[in-house]
Design a protein. Structure first.
Length: 167
């Protein structure tokens, strides 16, 4: 085989191996499957950028996370049980709260317009009849905004707690 061709093939194989190793390490790190290698001098550096509190010495210990060593067979088995894509499903309670929140926003906006058209009692005023009352409309809009935002906040809190639970 030609030496240039042989070198080219070897470089492509090496590139693919490095790429696969990088993907494997990223997955292991994202799953918190790593060992902590502590800084030899207990000082913060770019390499040892993570820290944890050591209650025995009452100091921060700096470390770098290093993915655990696994075989190719173990990696294939791990891939069977772990989805690389982030799960986009939401908690059903969070979805229900989000629907309630948007319903409150919409109904509040409509109610503001509907009740804002106040009926003015007949007086000596020549403009007697209907007129838009911004005060009444703003009251409905404010209540809808606050109530809907509270429901959206609870929905987001439940989603975040679900993500934390699933880690």
């Amino acid at each position: 085989m030609n030496d240039m061709l042989k070198n080219f093939i070897e470089s492509k194989i090496n590139e693919e191996t490095e790429k696969n190793q990088k993907e494997k390490n990223e997955l292991l790190m994202s799953l918190n499957l790593y060992e902590k290698v502590y800084a030899p001098d207990d000082c913060h550096s770019e390499e040892y950028s993570y820290s944890e509190w050591d209650s025995a010495t009452s100091k921060n210990k700096f470390y770098k996370p290093v993915p655990i060593d696994i075989t190719d067979e173990e990696y294939k088995e791990l891939l069977k049980h772990v989805s690389k894509k982030e799960d986009k499903t939401e908690n059903s309670i969070a979805i229900a709260l989000k629907v309630i929140a948007w319903t409150i926003f919409i109904v509040g906006a409509i109610a503001g317009f509907a009740f804002g058209n106040a009926k003015i009692p007949d007086t000596y005023d020549i403009y007697a009849g209907s007129a838009f009352s911004l005060t009444i409309a703003f009251t409905y809009w404010s209540i809808a905004l606050v109530s809907g935002t509270i429901f959206l906040a609870f929905s987001e809190i439940i989603n975040l707690l679900e993500k934390i639970k699933n880690k």
